[in-house]
Design a protein around this ligand. Structure first.
Ligand code: XIL
Length: 343
């Protein structure tokens, strides 16, 4: 039973060192976060592991437009408030996700046949209501999520051109950031996307946008690299990419890290793949920690048990650092090593 043996060894290593990942992260001046759901806060090991290993928490779904604004005049604060309460109780930094996105929007919005002028008003008041509600509680927000296609062109969304809020190019993103700054002047404002960790067409488009925003005084504080990776990530230019955003004065945060691996019909991965996965985790964390711009590294869930990966990327799974039984995986040890090695 090689897998069980290695888990026992990992658990022993954890006990021996005494320091959790959050302690290690703190000692390096960064945050180690997880996406979380209120649904699991009463479930067995979930709250224990979340509070023990992570000093940052981000609602995986509960602050998205649909979940939090289910009807035109209704905001559903309860679930996100419960996460904020959990975070406060356990000394966690809270990050909000996300105000402007093409997914998980409510039917009243997507089927509403609103004019650009109406959509403009809806988005402004949504951003104001949500950010004001969490003012002083969320340290920052992914204001706009996934606005670019992989080739660097603008994604077609309800906010851009279906029918859009009436602004050209990156104008709707700019407008959203301005509304966000007005709603909560203390919150850090992020643009967040996936497939943007390397220097590539999408990260070039982001770079051009940020440079333009900085030159014109449009408020933006950071960029989020989601980093939903496979066993063949494109990391050759990852550090050079962080560096160029750092030079623009951006905070750079890893916001949704997971590394999916092939799994069999019962959802099990090959142990050799979990070793490769660990190497990738280590590389990502080490790379980020080389830069003072890198303030947080966050994984997209606490445990493989509740990860979004198997449901969306069929035939893959086991993408996180704790297995389905909340045991630390090789990836856990790798993250630990990367934190320990950092200056
Ligand atoms: C995912 C959640 O993990 C799932 O529970 C939900 O069903 C769909 O969204 N990029 C993002 C995240 O910015 O919000 C997505 O989260 C994953 C991809």
């Amino acid at each position: 039973m090689p897998i069980r043996v290695s888990c026992v060894i990992l658990a022993a290593a954890l006990a021996a060192s005494g320091q959790s990942l959050r302690d290690l992260a703190k000692s390096k001046g960064v945050y180690f976060g997880a996406a979380g759901a209120v649904l699991f806060l009463n479930e067995g090991d979930y709250p224990t592991v979340l509070a023990r290993e992570f000093n940052q928490l981000e609602p995986e779904n509960d602050t998205k437009f649909g979940p939090i604004h289910p009807a035109p005049e209704t905001y559903a604060w309860q679930r996100a408030d419960a996460l904020v309460e959990f975070g406060a109780k356990h000394g966690m930094r809270m990050r909000g996700h996300t105000l402007v996105w093409h997914n998980q929007n409510p039917a009243w919005l997507t089927k509403g046949s609103f004019t650009p002028v109406q959509l403009n008003g809806i988005l402004e008041s949504h951003i104001a209501a949500v950010m004001r509600h969490f003012r002083g509680k969320m340290i920052g927000w992914d204001v706009v999520n996934e606005a670019f296609n992989d080739d660097g062109t603008m994604r077609s969304t309800i906010w851009y051109d279906k029918p859009g809020i009436g602004l050209q190019g990156t104008g709707y993103i700019e407008q959203a950031f301005k509304w966000a700054r007005a709603a909560d002047p203390d919150a850090k404002l992020f643009y967040n996307d996936y497939n943007n960790e390397a220097i590539c067409a999408k990260s070039d488009a982001m770079y051009a946008m940020v440079k333009d925003f900085k030159a014109r005084g449009v408020p933006i504080d950071g960029v989020g690299l989601q980093m939903h990776l496979t066993l063949k990530p494109n990391l050759d230019t990852y550090e050079a990419n962080i560096e160029r955003f750092e030079k623009l004065g951006m905070i750079v945060e890893i916001t949704e890290l997971d590394v999916r691996v092939p799994v069999d019909a019962s959802g099990k991965a090959d142990p050799a793949d979990l070793v490769k996965q660990a190497e990738i985790y280590e590389r990502v964390v080490r790379g980020c920690l080389k830069f003072s711009a890198c303030k947080a590294i966050q994984v997209w869930g606490v445990t493989d048990k509740h990860s979004w990966i198997p449901g969306v990327f069929k035939g893959t799974g086991e993408a996180l650092i704790f297995d389905k039984a909340y045991q630390p995986k090789p990836a856990y040890t790798a993250v630990r090593k990367a934190f320990e090695a950092a200056k």
